[in-house]
Design a protein around this ligand. Structure first.
Ligand code: FES
Length: 318
């Protein structure tokens, strides 16, 4: 089958060192993957094209890139699955949110330094066992999906927070942190959770779901971040904007059946946080002018008692 690729090129050492797209057209087998095609291009059409790959089996994580605008493993993506019906070209770009070294190769240094910053190793206390540290099967089964992370960076590539905030630890590092927080052999929870409660930690995720959608291994980084939020709050770290926001959100829905958007930011920042209160004024004015100011008197919706019952049921199950 005939396939057209539109590949983003960038060579910092070339005279034409402005990122641009280059088209390639080639014949591929219908079972071929995107990586097969890129290797074919590099070997038979254009030896200057740079890309990373190793295992070709979705194990090493080195071939993560954007395929038609969404992160994925090139070796795990069949051309036939991403080719549009109109036969238009498949767009290939380097993974996002990381500096591009050349063409499809990105610099993973920022990625690794964030992963390293969460101490991705067991930190047990007490006496060393004579044989090995043992963990119950159920705990390890629970961690099975997180442990299967291959650190390909797909989640980081498409994280919408990292697009605007370099300080965010990001989905890969946070999921890795969860793996150790949840491991019964680890005794450093307090230090870990304290770090995760800081700016750039668990509260900066906006729950856009992109990391969940693009993860090729079902790690569910966003779900892990939400679990970490619970852990952080259970550990008593309730005095942050994020924790207050989560509590105010829950209280509002539990009480009235819907969200009190007027009081949510006030309760999240804290009424005595004068600076934050003043910063909210322009948003309030804009909302008022557009007719989108939430009601001052927040009334319960019909059937709010049923919502309360759901909360009670879930709370007694804990
Ligand atoms: Fe190893 Fe794609 S080449 S994951």
């Amino acid at each position: 089958m005939e396939v057209k690729f539109n590949v983003r090129r960038f060579d910092p050492e070339s005279t034409n060192n402005v990122p641009h797209f280059q088209e390639y057209q080639l014949e591929m087998d219908s079972s071929a993957t995107v990586l097969d095609a890129l290797i074919d291009i590099r070997e038979n059409m254009d030896g200057t094209l740079s890309l990373r790959c190793s295992c070709r089996s979705a194990i090493c994580g080195s071939c993560a890139m954007k395929i038609n605008g969404e992160a994925g493993l090139a070796c795990n993506t069949k051309i036939i699955d991403v080719q549009k019906k109109d036969g238009s070209e498949i767009t290939i770009e380097p993974a996002g949110n990381l500096p591009v070294v050349k063409d499809l190769v990105v610099d993973f240094q920022p990625f690794w330094s964030k992963v390293k910053s969460v101490d991705p190793w067991l930190r047990p206390d007490g006496e060393e066992p004579e044989t090995e540290y043992l963990a119950p099967d159920d705990d390890m089964l629970h961690l099975a999906n997180v442990v299967s992370c291959i650190l390909c960076g797909a989640c980081v590539s498409d994280c919408t927070v990292l697009e605007v905030d370099d300080d965010f630890l990001g989905p890969a590092a946070l999921a890795k942190s969860y793996r150790f927080v949840r491991d019964p052999r680890d005794d450093a929870d307090e230090t870990r959770l304290q770090q995760l409660n800081e700016p750039g930690g668990v509260w900066d995720c906006t729950r856009c779901m992109k990391c969940v959608e693009v993860c090729p291994k079902g790690v569910d980084p966003m779900g892990r971040i939400m679990n970490l939020r619970d852990r952080v709050m259970e550990a008593g770290y309730n005095n942050t904007n994020g924790a207050r926001h989560a509590n105010a959100f829950t209280d509002s829905v539990k009480h009235s059946g819907w969200l009190d958007e007027l009081r949510l930011p006030i309760k999240s920042f804290g009424i005595f946080n004068i600076k934050a209160m003043i910063s909210l004024i322009p948003t309030g004015v804009r909302a008022q002018l557009k007719g989108k100011r939430p009601p001052i008197f927040h009334k319960s919706i019909p059937g709010a008692e049923n919502v309360r019952k759901i909360f009670e049921k879930v709370e007694t199950r804990k």
